[in-house]
Design a protein around this ligand. Structure first.
Ligand code: SF4
Ligand code: SF4
Ligand code: SF4
Ligand code: FES
Length: 701
């Protein structure tokens, strides 16, 4: 390591690595140098001059955000001269600023407002009439208020560098510069809202939040996004029991400040008028609202009747419900209903990956072979196979782009069509379906020269193909980690908790093999089908016409419409529990709102087992997590880590997985940035964007 630089900042002796920017060297010792255009992780702009500092033996004030530290440098960040400069900069920035803080969305969390309070002048010397221009709406998500803009270009840089979208640019020159969409007068972009969030003032505002509330009037609840499998932390802004926005400005959690449109704005399904708010029982052919006790009693009686006649039961679980709910559901199926006929929509072949790693003497499923989301940011090389990451896994794509920008990572892509990541790739291959592994082979020599590799693969690689892929990775002679992509917020937890006909929690063999997903739907003699948070009848018929169907759901989906009893379920934003993301990282949910009449699935199952006279243990999320920590290998996660908003990675198996691979059952739902299964159907914000629903592997504007 090169020698450290010694300097003095505000009288304090400071050491920093060569190349460190002064603004960061100061920050490391708790000295704040105010800034607007400087933004951690983005390219340098030096546009605002807010960060001016005094450096002894230099004739003029220096720009702290672009100045590298130098040996012996003596810096003053708090001198009268520096204060004067900040005052001047602020006075200039406010020349045409409307100062409409009382009605501005950013009021209360505005960096310009904060700086003006701290360093600004009491009065401005500019008395000229301010130039007004009307707000512009660029999309259902993004609005622009030109006079508020201080031209820091953070928005342009985050869209270009962070998102790889390049939807924003700068029009005109000098004092008449403006921020503009690059596509005529509107945006055709990811609608992620990163530009809005990063804007230090209220120049960019969001279609969901604007003029609805002030930051201090909301409750801020940190939880996990309930859409894709990446597991981003989102802080819900809740007012009057309504989620008004999501953001992650405190950069806590695995995703830092990143959120895509779904994590930031797609929470309006919670208050959809189509939410089910009362249990329903079919009477004279129609579903009629009934009390909880009537519905619970009817379900328990039906189960008892069918059990007394040795009836055939089956259960289909969810990719969205918590680990505790999934664990309890498989227990309910196996112990209360007495069946191993339990499955869920499998969106990726995790069991085969865990098995392939277990079968290899040199490897095993652990932190050396299973990548975390952080690995995608700091490993030297990444190979993406058969996934349009920017559409299907926006956060993973963001990590890889940041890795490329900050560490010059080598990216390889093997995909059936164009993907955004190929713009960064040292080698990209467009492949025909089914040829993925053959095409990966052509990379072998190149990959061997990498010091390490993470392989990220989609649902085209499953069953034996995963075993071949692991053998291929092993043949490279370098450390290789894997990510088996999955679709939804707890697809991984559904698998780990044993929503499977072959294995129970932690991939332990089931006492007897039950019916798989397709076999359940095709079975002719089924007596009771129990469905929790899934919609299997959207694309399939139930072959047992006489089956009694019980559904726990948020909406009257195709499956709920066929049900005989429907229980209204709470969403992830309304309950506690844990979920496991695509990389096996366990995080805790925290409920932010309540929807009248609904209950969490765990409570519904607990009440049902009580009604049925079966003791499955307490149904509080904490109690069930305790049981999971004891019984499920790899899930003995440190509680303080998840209790404080962190993520704990699991490796839920330490041996072969006793499962017959059914590659035909493994299929991604092909959701895009603007779709999200059933939840997406009820998100007005997602459906209102010009880009919805979008397509995978398509050229973007
Ligand atoms: S919403 Fe996202 S993709 Fe669209 S312009 Fe803003 S940063 Fe770019
Ligand atoms: S819109 Fe906001 S982020 Fe973009 S340049 Fe203006 S002030 Fe900066
Ligand atoms: S990337 Fe996935 S987890 Fe993250 S905000 Fe988007 S949908 Fe939610
Ligand atoms: S923060 Fe340094 S010039 Fe803007």
């Amino acid at each position: 390591m090169s020698e450290l630089i010694h300097l003095t900042i505000d009288g304090r002796a400071v050491t920093a690595a060569p190349g460190t920017l002064l603004i960061n060297a100061a920050k490391a010792v708790g000295i704040e140098v105010p800034s607007f255009c400087y933004y951690d992780g983005l390219s340098l702009q030096a546009a605002c001059r807010m960060c001016l500092v005094e450096v002894e033996k230099t004739p003029k004030l220096q720009v702290g955000c672009t100045l590298p530290v130098a040996e012996g440098m003596v810096v003053h960040t708090d001198s009268p001269q520096v204060h004067e400069a900040r005052k001047g900069t602020l006075e200039f920035l406010l020349t045409n600023h409307p100062l409409d803080c009382p009605v501005c969305d950013k009021g209360g969390e505005c960096e310009l407002q904060d700086m003006t309070f701290r360093y600004g002048m009491g009065e401005s010397r500019f008395l000229e009439q301010k130039q007004h221009s009307d707000e512009e709406q660029w999309s259902p998500v993004v609005f622009y208020d030109k006079p508020r803009c201080i031209l820091c270009y953070r928005c342009v840089r985050i869209c270009d560098e962070g998102m790889g979208v390049k939807a924003l640019g700068v029009g005109n020159r000098g004092a008449v510069s403006v921020i503009e969409p690059n596509h005529f007068d509107h945006l055709e972009c990811d609608e992620c809202g990163m530009c809005i969030d990063i804007c230090p003032v209220g120049a960019l505002t969001s279609g969901t939040y604007r003029y609805k509330t002030r930051p201090w009037e909301m409750k801020h609840v940190g939880t996990i996004c309930t859409h894709c499998a990446d597991g981003c932390k989102t802080t819900l802004g809740v007012r009057n029991n309504e989620i008004i926005r999501g953001n992650n400005r405190d950069r806590s959690g695995i995703n830092g400040e990143f959120l895509c449109i779904k994590g930031r704005y797609a929470a309006d399904f919670v208050n959809s008028p189509e939410r089910l708010q009362s249990p329903m029982v079919r009477k004279n052919g129609r579903l009629e609202p009934v009390s909880w006790s009537e519905a619970l009693g009817a379900a328990a009686r039906k189960v008892a009747e069918m059990k007394s006649r040795s009836g055939k039961f089956a259960v289909i679980g969810s990719n969205h419900t918590t680990n505790e709910e999934n664990y309890y559901l498989q227990k309910f199926a196996r112990e209360a209903l007495g069946t191993n006929n339990i499955d869920h929509h499998r969106t990726g072949d995790v069991p085969s990956l865990l098995d392939a790693l277990s079968a290899n003497d040199a490897l095993s499923p652990n932190k050396d072979t299973l990548a975390t989301t952080a690995d995608l940011y700091d490993r030297k090389a990444i190979l993406v196979i058969s996934s349009d990451l920017s559409q299907q896994h926006p956060f993973l794509a963001f990590q890889i782009r940041a890795n490329y920008r900050h560490h010059n990572a080598h990216i390889y892509t093997v995909t059936p069509g164009p993907v955004r990541e190929q713009d960064l790739a040292v080698r990209s291959i467009i492949t025909a379906p089914g040829r993925e592994l053959a095409d990966v082979e052509t990379l072998r020599a190149q990959l061997k020269s990498e010091p390490e590799l993470v392989i990220v693969f989609g649902d085209a690689i499953k069953g034996d193909a995963i075993r071949k892929l692991v053998a291929f990775g092993d043949s490279l002679g370098i450390p290789v980690k894997y990510v088996c992509l999955l679709d939804y917020s707890n697809s991984r937890g559904a698998s780990d908790m044993g929503l499977s006909p072959d294995f129970g929690p932690g991939y332990r063999a089931a006492t007897a093999r039950g019916l798989a997903y397709d076999e359940i739907l095709a079975a002719t003699g089924l007596d009771v089908l129990w469905v929790v948070g899934a919609n299997p009848l959207k694309h399939a018929e139930l072959a047992s016409p006489g089956a009694f169907v019980i559904v726990q759901e948020m909406f009257l989906t195709e499956t709920a419409q066929r049900a005989d009893i429907v229980f209204p379920a709470a969403s992830a934003y309304e309950k506690t529990g844990t979920v496991t993301n695509v990389c096996g990282e366990v995080q805790r949910l925290k409920g932010g709102v309540q929807v009248m009449g609904t209950k969490p699935d765990l409570e519904i199952l607990g009440l049902l087992s009580k009604e049925m006279g079966v003791n499955l243990g307490m149904w509080s999320a904490d109690k069930v997590l305790e049981e999971i920590r004891k019984n499920v290998h790899g899930y003995n996660i440190p509680l303080p880590v998840i209790a404080t908003g962190g993520a704990a990675q699991t490796a839920p198996v330490n041996g072969r997985v006793p499962a017959t691979s059914r590659p035909d059952l493994i299929q991604s739902a092909r959701d895009t940035l603007f779709t999200s299964g059933t939840l997406g159907r009820y998100c007005k914000k997602l459906n209102s964007t010009l880009e919805a629903p979008g397509a995978l592997y398509s050229e973007r504007p």
